[in-house]
Write a protein that binds this ligand. Structure first.
Ligand code: SOE
Length: 391
């Protein structure tokens, strides 16, 4: 429901692949389930291929298209620029949009390098003083079970926090014949499993325990070092009739870290966990209890309450579908489950509310920069001796 007083908020989305589709769905449905103070309008979809972007706009409900993101930023019907492009263009688009007075929602990881993320965070801070808001898209924060986990931890249900254990397992490139897509090229993606999915579990761990990692150590591995490319270009070698290009990012990253509080954490991000499609799991252990989450059962949270009588204590399943649970009241009756796409809807709901309220949304670009610093410290450790690096 849009509040009757709701002024329109024109959205301009850059990119229309996987994340573009997820964000389109979110902008389309947010005001239909949540009471919003502003009315998101799917104004302009932007992509370089004129025909493809026109098709996508029709399919996903956008009113107009552009093939140049600079033109999208300049349009009067665009109040917010949503960036769903590969990481190599995040900084340029976000900075230009913020400087033009447009709010920005940028997919994760915030940037490909710490330097880019620093520039983005600095411009975002200046923009905020002019009432221009920005947010980075770590969508898993808005899975109701994980938002509930944060609430329970903040309420002290786990006691003193001691350990976080997080893994993000995928297997979409285990076949060596899988092509050299942009996610496998450092100049486009910044890093591999580390930045793409490792960034999610770093952000989530810090969000859940409301603390920051101060030091990390780890190593990375690239199992398949060359992959087929569709067209020959410089720097590529031809073997047995097949043109191969270098994989310039990690396939897997294993690291551990220490929080400011002294609590410790372990992380594994891999695209080589054969059979694991999108298995993101996180567990937090405290002096009085534990919480565990598995994205494959994303409507559930496992809770061990160590204050219970040991005779009957044990992990119990909380079905996170009660109207009192975060975000759930706007959807279906108890027991009717939510999915991946709802996390994106919840992101834009919070973003729109914060824009209307004149407050900075979270995670901010500064939060995105801090995650980038953690990733860079892991890379520095992995590229040398795997020893501790300060964040
Ligand atoms: C690909 O690994 C990917 O789409 C990530 O980029 C997303 O952030 C994650 O949610 C699912 O996997």
């Amino acid at each position: 429901m849009i509040s009757p007083a709701g002024k329109p908020l024109g959205i301009g989305l850059v990119g229309y692949a996987f994340m573009g589709a997820a964000h389109s769905q979110a902008w389309r449905s947010a005001g239909r389930f949540f009471d919003l103070p502003l009315e998101p309008r799917l104004a302009v979809l932007c992509g370089r291929d004129e025909t493809a972007v026109a098709d996508a706009a029709t399919r996903m409900g956008w009113a107009a298209t552009e093939t140049d993101w600079q033109k999208l930023i300049a349009r009067d019907d665009v109040d917010l620029v949503d960036i769903c492009t590969p990481g190599d263009s995040h900084a340029e688009i976000a900075i230009a949009a913020l400087q033009a007075g447009k709010h920005v929602f940028c997919e994760k990881p915030l940037a490909n390098t710490v330097a880019e993320a620093e520039a983005m965070a600095a411009v975002a801070e200046q923009a905020s003083e002019r009432g221009v808001r920005s947010m980075v898209g770590f969508n898993y924060r808005r899975v109701p079970a994980l938002a509930l986990a944060r609430r329970m931890i903040a309420a002290g249900r786990l006691g003193t926090l001691r350990q976080v254990r997080a893994v993000y397992l995928q297997d979409w490139i285990t076949d060596p014949q899988f092509p050299l897509v942009w996610r496998l090229q450092k100049d486009k993606a910044g890093s591999g499993a580390l930045g793409d999915i490792g960034s999610h579990i770093v952000d989530l761990a810090q969000y859940l325990v409301a603390d920051q990692l101060t030091r990390v150590a780890g190593f990375t591995e690239t199992f398949v070092k060359q992959r087929p490319v569709s067209a020959a270009s410089s720097g590529l070698s031809a073997t047995g009739g097949e043109t191969l290009g270098d994989v310039t990012v990690d396939d897997a990253a294993l690291f551990h870290g220490r929080f400011a509080s002294g609590a410790i954490a372990s992380f594994e991000a891999t695209r080589f966990a054969t059979g694991r499609k999108n298995a993101m799991r996180i567990e937090v252990n405290g002096s009085q209890g534990s919480l565990a989450f598995d994205f494959e059962s994303m409507n559930e949270l496992s809770f061990y309450d160590g204050t219970e009588d040991p005779e009957t204590a044990g992990f119990r399943r909380i079905l996170v579908t009660e109207p009192s649970h975060p975000y759930v009241g706007a959807w279906w009756p108890p027991g009717h489950l939510l999915g991946y796409e709802h996390s994106f809807t919840h992101e834009v709901v919070d973003l729109v509310n914060d824009i209307a309220a004149g407050v900075d949304p979270s995670p901010s670009f500064a939060d995105g920069l801090q995650v980038q610093r953690v990733l860079a410290a892991v890379e520095a450790s992995a590229n040398a001796d795997s020893a501790w690096r300060e964040v």
